[in-house]
Design a protein around this ligand. Structure first.
Ligand code: AP5
Ligand code: MG
Length: 214
C-alpha cells in the first residue's frame, strides 16, 4: 500500500503516518524528519536545508526529489510506504509520477488531513519532537509518560526551530501557495481522500482506516 499524506503544517500528517505505518508494518518516509536528522548530524544536505527550513520556506525541489526517489526503491518499500511531507510542489509530484511509471508502480491513496489555519498555531505551540526517532507529541493532546523524554527511544524532546508563531505563519502561506494545488492534482488522478483533521487523533485514524481498508 502506497500512501501520500497531504495537509497543512501541523495538520497531523506525521502523527497519522506513524499510526498507519505501525499498523501495516511499512516505512514512514518523512522528508522533514530526513532533513532534521541531517541538520542534527551537520551534513552538507542538513546545512543547505536549514537555511530554508528556518525561514519556513521550502527546500529546493532538486534537494528533495532524488532523495525520495532513491528511498522508495529500497527493499523495505516493496510492500508499501507512507510519504509524509512529499510531494509538496507540482514539480515534485510530477517527478514522483515519472519515477513510479519507470518502476511500473503507482500511489494508491493521497490522504488530505484538513485542519483550518486557526487551529494550527495552537497545535504547533504545544508540539514536542524527538530528533532521534522522529516521534511527535503534544503537551496537551499527546503527552509523553515522562516529561521531556521520548516514549519510544528515551531521547530528549525538542521544540522545533520552525514552530515559532512567525515561522508557522510563513509555512502556512507557503503551504497555501505551493502545496495546496496538489489537492486538485491528486483529485484529478482519482486517488484523493479527505479526512477531518480537527477530530481526536484516534478518530482521524479511524477515518483513514475506513478509506484504506482494515
Ligand atoms: P515537515 O517536517 O514536513 O513539516 P510540515 O509539513 O510543516 O508539517 P509538520 O511536521 O509541522 O506537521 P504534521 O502535519 O506532521 O503534524 P504533526 O503530526 O506533527 O517539513 C518541515 C520543513 O522541511 C518544511 O517547512 C520545508 O522547509 C522542509 N521540507 C520538508 N519536506 C519538503 C519537501 N518535500 N520539499 C521542500 N521542502 C521540504 O502534528 C502537529 C502537532 O499537533 C503535534 O504536536 C501533534 O501531537 C498534534 N496533533 C496531531 N493530530 C492532532 C489531533 N487530531 N488533535 C490534536 N492534536 C493533534
Ligand atoms: Mg510532520
Amino acid at each position: 500500500m502506497k500512501i501520500i499524506m497531504l495537509g497543512a503544517p501541523g495538520a497531523g500528517k506525521g502523527t497519522q503516518a506513524d499510526k498507519i505505518c505501525e499498523k501495516y508494518s511499512i516505512p514512514h518516509i518523512s522528508t522533514g524528519d530526513i532533513f532534521r536528522a541531517n541538520i542534527k548530524n551537520n551534513t552538507e544536505l542538513g546545512r543547505k536545508a536549514k537555511e530554508y527550513m528556518d525561514k519556513g520556506a521550502l527546500v529546493p525541489d532538486e534537494l528533495v526529489v532524488d532523495l525520495v526517489v532513491d528511498r522508495i526503491k529500497a527493499d523495505d518499500c516493496k510492500n508499501g510506504y507512507v510519504l509524509d511531507g512529499f510531494p509538496r510542489t507540482i514539480p515534485q509530484a510530477e517527478a514522483l509520477d515519472n519515477a513510479l511509471v519507470a518502476l511500473n508502480d503507482k500511489v494508491d491513496y493521497a490522504i488530505d488531513v484538513e485542519v483550518p489555519d486557526e487551529n494550527i498555531i495552537n497545535r504547533m505551540g504545544g508540539r514536542r519532537a524527538c530528533v532521534s526517532c522522529g516521534a511527535t507529541y503534544h503537551v496537551v493532546y499527546s503527552p509523553t509518560k515522562e516529561e521531556g523524554k521520548c516514549d519510544k527511544c528515551g531521547s530528549e524532546l525538542i521544540i522545533r526551530d520552525d514552530d515559532k508563531p512567525e515561522t508557522v505563519k510563513n509555512r502556512l502561506n507557503v503551504y497555501h501557495e505551493q502545496t495546496q494545488p496538489l489537492i486538485d492534482y491528486y483529485n484529478g488522478k482519482g486517488i484523493l481522500n479527505e479526512v477531518d483533521g480537527t477530530m481526536s487523533m484516534d478518530d482521524v485514524f479511524a477515518a483513514i482506516i475506513k478509506i484504506i481498508g482494515a
